[in-house]
Design a protein around this ligand. Structure first.
Ligand SMILES: [Zn+2]
Length: 247
């Protein structure tokens, strides 16, 4: 999970949400409760937020990734528009732009109708997840902060420590290990350089090896928080960075 910035609210929402919300509230008044509105009618009344402008705005803000697990849903289905505060509990937020998140089907399904007001979880638009999560091997953990419980709840509610995420993290970990090895070798070669010319060439090689591993931390990359966390704690990488800086 990485920090996301909201895009501007799409005009279609600004122009129509008051009317859509009113129609929904009228139906709630007729049937008594949101959940008592007949299914077909409910679907019809709420479906308006599922439009291209909303989807595009959300996809842009997360660079096509799921806001929770950082997978790229388009590889295995479409991104879903998730209500952070579930519309079943808070129907008055059905058309609220700030209540939307781009989510994959797995995270959306896992979160379900979890009440984020009663039991808060991290919203990456509002809190920098970098400060509250870290990884141990392929497992995501809640860091020791005053948000530890909320972070733990997020992992549980969104299913962030399950096989579907362990598998890709394990694959990335393999790449990270291979790229780290390349950095290690480049450092060794640099240490052995006995002329200024050789030193320059080998510093460049080291720079390239650093660039390669850092590509995995680009915000547009899948599971970039996992890669950033790995590099933050990699002695080899940190050593390489300081060697290049001093060169
Ligand atoms: Zn997800």
């Amino acid at each position: 999970m990485i920090k996301l910035e909201r895009e501007a609210e799409p005009q279609i929402m600004i122009s129509n949400k008051a009317q859509w919300q009113k129609d929904l509230q009228d139906a709630i008044a007729v049937y008594g409760k949101y959940k008592d509105i007949p299914k077909i009618e409910k679907k019809k009344l709420t479906s308006f937020y599922r439009n291209d402008a909303v989807r595009e705005g959300l996809i842009k803000s997360s660079e096509g990734k799921c806001a929770f697990c950082e997978c790229i849903p388009s590889e295995g289905g479409n991104i879903e528009i998730e209500h952070f505060k579930p519309k079943s509990e808070y129907p008055e937020l059905t058309f609220e732009w700030d209540n939307f998140l781009p989510s994959c089907r797995k995270c959306n399904g896992s979160k379900g109708t979890h009440d984020t007001v009663l039991e808060p979880i991290i919203n990456p638009y509002d809190t920098d997840p970098n400060n509250v999560f870290h990884f141990v091997d392929i497992e995501i953990k809640a860091s020791n902060t005053d948000m530890k419980q909320i972070a733990e709840k997020t992992i549980e509610v969104c299913g962030l420590n399950t096989l579907r995420l362990w598998k890709p993290r394990a694959e990335i970990l393999l790449s990270l290990r291979i790229f780290t090895k390349a950095i290690e070798e480049a450092i060794e070669e640099l240490t052995d350089a006995d002329t200024q010319r050789k030193k320059e060439i080998r510093i460049n090689k080291l720079r390239e090896a650093i660039d390669t591993i850092e590509m995995l931390t680009n915000s547009s990359e899948k599971y970039s928080s996992f890669c950033s966390d790995f590099l933050r704690r990699s002695e080899v990488y940190l050593n390489a960075k300081s060697l290049v800086k001093d060169a």
